[in-house]
Design a protein around this ligand. Sequence first.
Ligand code: PLP
Length: 347
Amino acid sequence: MSRASEAVSGWDSTGLSILEISHRSPAFEGVVQETERLVRELLNVPDDYSVLFLQGGASMQFCMVPLNFLQKSKKEAVYLDAGHFGEKAIKEAKLFGRVNVIASSKERGYQDIPCDYKIPEDAAYFHCTSNNTIEGTEMFKFPETAVPVVCDMSSDIFSREIDVSKFSLIYAGAQKNTGPAGVTLVIAKNSFLDGVKHAVPSMLDYRIYRDNDSMYNTPPVFAIYTTMLNLQWLKGKGGVNGINSENKAKAQLLYEEIDRNPLFYGSAVKWNRSLMNVTFRMYDPAKEKDFLDFAEKNGMVGIRGYRSVGGFRASLYNALPLSSVQALVDCMKAYAGKHHYNFVPAY
Ligand SMILES: Cc1ncc(COP(=O)(O)O)c(C=O)c1O
């Protein structure tokens, strides 16, 4: 944060700010190259993949993926419906072609990620979301298939090791573990991009971004610069493996308290519990507002669950220290200590 703010005051040798330099200047080209190099190093990206910096957030990818890979295709796209954002991706894909929703956990309130399905071999691609940010579920195994796999990794990219070679396209809005909002990371297999033969509007065409080193138009300069700083920080933490150990310790600490504390329960099934977004509720829903007030008075910020889901959500992204999780756990313990009421869960 301090290095980002210093660069706003004056960044290059002439004293120009990162906000006013030309994106075509050699200094900024160096930033883009270094950011790409860090992405490749940290995620072990194979050479036949392109690393692209786009705009429009992950939501833009919901339409860009089917626009490129489904429109004009005789095949259908296969989607896994395991959460709010997957559902949004499905809605957009339907504008461009045939969509087969192969499995859904919607009727179970998205408490789990379906795993019992078979992807048809002739699908254009299979789309999934590796971490369901709102519901607090995470995919720890991805299907083995010859069909190109497209994955929305917005909320767990850089939190753990992934085998990029198993995916044809990965996308992620930056604003969790990557950098500030405004840049969207895409990692795509070149042969998958080259399979697109129809004309696509330039700003929505992955090949244009690739062929112009992500600088077909003015890129989000400050967001890319800050992403570079963040990835340097991550490298200093021992890369994705180093941070993954911390992430596991943080999640374990909180889930243990949720399971131990008689007032709370986890919203997601145990085998899909996310390391990034821990969702939980109280057995007595009438107490949730009271706990939230108590937590806020004790300095907890942002643990209210997503508006459509309710309850609580603690996001434990890479930057959050273990001490913050400990503070929340202490707060839950203190609340339970104050409230020795005999509440018997309804089930
Ligand atoms: C998994 C996932 N996909 C997509 C989105 C939408 O991202 P954006 O706001 O960058 O469009 C989010 C945002 O939180 C997300 O968590």
